[in-house]
Design a protein around this ligand. Sequence first.
Ligand code: CU
Length: 177
Amino acid sequence: MYSPTKVLTLLVVLCLSTVGAQASTGAGEEPHAQAYDHPGHVPIGEPGLDAEISRTIEVNIKETESGYMLFDPDAIHIEEGAVVRFVVNNFGDLDHEFFLGSFDEIAKHQQWMRNHPDMKHEDANSIAISSGSTATLDWKFSIKTNLEFVCLIPGHREAGMFGVIMIHDHLAPKSKN
Ligand SMILES: [Cu+2]
């Protein structure tokens, strides 16, 4: 026969060990495919359609001799409603990614990537750019917010591969008529 105190102690131990197990994997939940499209996630806009593209922005990926990996530019202003084609040139010796997301989503995703370094991103909000190549990503910035773009390959964000996108309504073009 267990005394109430013993039962309570057992429960506390069980709870703590569950928490411990989760913390020790450091994995968190698997990021959703198309997280930008899921309820409960911060909305970041939507995939852009070819016919709607209103602006092209070239982004260069560079690796420096001192070990930095950089996006150039790393701060981009975009008018709300614009459909942007990002043309991403990888001038580095390594393969890289261009992943667009909310700060929150990227933080979660980065945690996940540390434990699953081979995960490939093939959603509409991300592209892989192998060394020496160019890839494009089209995105409709339908929401006024701030977003981040990163390379989620482990160690690359830490080496400098991140930038911010600020979406403004005051930059919205006037009616074309
Ligand atoms: Cu990278």
